[in-house]
Design a protein around this ligand. Structure first.
Ligand SMILES: [Zn+2]
Length: 197
């Protein structure tokens, strides 16, 4: 069955009108779309007044029913707590589901975004380190010289490893024991040298 809307003059299915048994057709004269448009405009236009009116009404109710409300709150505090907890859990689950759905739906876009972010970030890091090296080149060089001298003086692992690789050992195959042996050899050589002088 169809009905014609008095506002937009469109003929639509009766399911698109609010039911009203008192009227002849059993439905309202204005379609749901026109009605909601009207209410939207009305609501926006009278927002402040409606808000204030509602506020007043709530306030009045609270004052008039203070005792009753107090009693009610005490009686239902545990129920309310439980309810709030349940609602929170439900909300969290809903958000999780939404996020999962979003991830599934936008898998490719997310991947692209990550890639783009990585490239942008990489370029940024390279640029930053370049700048840092160019402005601090002398101090970096000086520090690295100190570190190297330190490595040589105290026969640190990295330096001993270098000695071993120079001798033809594969970097992967160098064990801590091997490093220890090389360290002793170098120490002995140095001792020999100094005692000769
Ligand atoms: Zn209409």
């Amino acid at each position: 069955m169809e009905n014609t809307c008095k506002k937009c003059n469109e003929t639509k299915d009766v399911s698109l009108f609010v039911k009203n048994k008192r009227l002849k057709k059993g439905v309202e004269n204005i379609c749901n779309k026109c009605k909601s448009e009207y209410y939207n405009v009305y609501f926006k236009k009278n927002y402040e007044t409606l808000k204030n009116k509602n506020k007043e009404r709530c306030k009045k109710y609270r004052v008039e029913n203070a005792e009753k409300l107090k009693e009610y709150n005490i009686k239902n505090s545990s129920i309310k707590k439980e309810y709030d907890k349940k609602r929170r859990l439900e909300f969290n689950e809903k958000i999780k589901l939404q996020e999962k759905e979003y991830r599934l739906k936008n898998n490719e876009a997310i991947k692209d975004r990550k890639k783009e972010y990585y490239f942008v970030k990489r370029a940024y890091i390279i640029e930053k380190s370049k700048n840092y090296y160019s402005t601090n080149s002398t101090s970096i060089l000086f520090n690295s010289k100190i570190i190297l001298q330190n490595d040589i003086d105290f026969l640190n692992d990295s330096y001993v490893k270098k000695l071993l690789t120079n001798k033809g050992f594969e970097r992967k195959k160098i064990t801590p024991e091997l490093i220890e042996i090389q360290r002793i050899i170098t120490k002995t050589k140095r001792l020999c040298k100094t005692s000769k002088i």
